[in-house]
Design a protein around this ligand. Structure first.
Ligand code: SAM
Ligand code: DTB
Ligand code: SF4
Length: 334
């Protein structure tokens, strides 16, 4: 039995960094063992993403296409109408998505938008989909209202390790992020919390991010690891790309330190080889976004993912082996 068997909350930064420093095959082997203790490694959770309010964001996250601080060419839009969101969710469901994630380029949720966002959540939930939103910072009463509307997951990332954080964003603090996560947990909503790599941070910073996640009062239920999608005009847009094997290491360490989390191979698949993605699944990734678009940037097309799933013998989480995969028979939705 691996010594990592039970979830721990007392990791030290040095211990997490020591995992990164293991020989690559040893690290991936350890992560694959942990993966098998909690999950069927052939199963991958399938999410679909929709930007319900794009651009014009007052925050200055240096990686983001949607910040009003940078000229990135992304056009700001208003919050979508509920009916249009439900129609997208229905199409996503017909295409095999299990969870529908709605993102808004906001610093924080305003109470005036709460009724419309709540209606989106209830409408999507009524279709039989899991619901997830990412709307920026939340107050406790807002988190409770979203829970009442039928919210399953709230996505709010720590983005990077605490020491690199101020290089990435200065308009809100690490503590602000932690406070929103507390409000989400206290409301009984599951947390989706991870970060981004490939922003010029060091391995120590990547270990710092995973250490922060693994020492939260409760581990994230969903843990997205995003590889930076380079955005022209954003300050971090021309960061040196992360070595693909270092990305796989990050997935493996996430799997080991948060063993029960569903680890999402999130943004960045569009520039990853099939082989790199296969290594990520071997290292414990068991979730991904499908469909040709994330929020504002590209994601692989459905038929490429269909081929990848078939070639790797993967299937959507919860589906019996051999079941047909409607997801991969539909044309791309966006
Ligand atoms: N505005 C809200 C917030 O930041 O919390 C929600 C939407 S925001 C776009 C959701 C997450 O997407 C960010 O926390 C970040 O981790 C990720 N993200 C944004 N731009 C990215 C990029 N260019 N590459 C990779 N991940 C990115
Ligand atoms: C997360 O961690 N990744 C998703 C989701 N949460 C909302 C967003 C990825 C965005 C990639 C950049 C874009 O498309 O604008
Ligand atoms: Fe705004 Fe979110 Fe982009 Fe930051 S990541 S600029 S908060 S949309």
């Amino acid at each position: 039995m691996s010594r990592f068997t039970q979830p721990r909350h007392d990791w030290t930064p040095d211990e997490v960094e020591a995992l990164f420093d293991l020989p690559f095959t040893e690290l991936v082997f350890q992560a694959a063992l942990v993966h098998r203790q909690w999950f069927d490694p052939a199963e991958v959770q399938i999410s679909r993403l929709l930007s319900v309010k794009t651009g014009g964001c007052p925050e200055n996250c240096g990686y983001c296409s949607q910040s009003s601080h940078f000229k990135t060419g992304v056009k700001a839009t208003k919050l979508m109408e509920v009916e249009a969101v439900i129609a997208e969710a229905a199409a996503a469901k017909a295409g095999g998505a299990q969870r529908f994630c709605m993102g808004a380029a906001w610093r924080d949720l305003k109470d005036r938008d709460l009724p419309r966002v709540s209606a989106m959540i209830s409408g999507v939930k009524a279709l039989g989909l899991e619901t997830c939103v990412t709307l920026g910072m939340l107050e406790p009463h807002q988190a409770r209202a979203l829970k009442d509307a039928g919210l399953d997951y709230y996505n709010h990332n720590l983005d990077t390790g605490p020491d690199y954080y101020e290089t990435v964003v200065t308009t809100r603090t690490y503590q602000d992020r932690l406070d929103t996560l507390t409000a989400v947990r206290d409301a009984g909503v599951s947390t989706c919390c991870g970060g981004i790599v490939g922003m010029g941070e060091t391995r120590r910073d990547r270990a710092g991010l995973l250490h922060a996640l693994a020492t939260l009062p409760a581990h994230p239920d969903s843990l997205p690891i995003n590889d930076l999608m380079p955005v022209k005009g954003a300050p971090l847009g021309d960061s040196t790309p992360l070595d693909p094997l270092e990305f796989v290491r990050t997935i493996a360490v996430a799997r080991i330190v948060c063993p029960k989390a569903v680890v999402r191979l999130s943004a960045g698949r569009d520039h990853m080889s099939r082989e790199q993605q296969a290594l990520c699944f071997l290292a414990g990734a068991n979730s991904m976004f499908v469909g040709g678009k994330l929020l504002t940037t590209k994601n692989p097309e459905l038929d490429d993912d269909a081929r990848l799933f078939a070639d790797l013998g993967l299937r959507p989480m919860g589906e019996a082996a051999g079941e047909s995969l409607p997801l991969f028979l539909e044309p791309a939705l966006n």
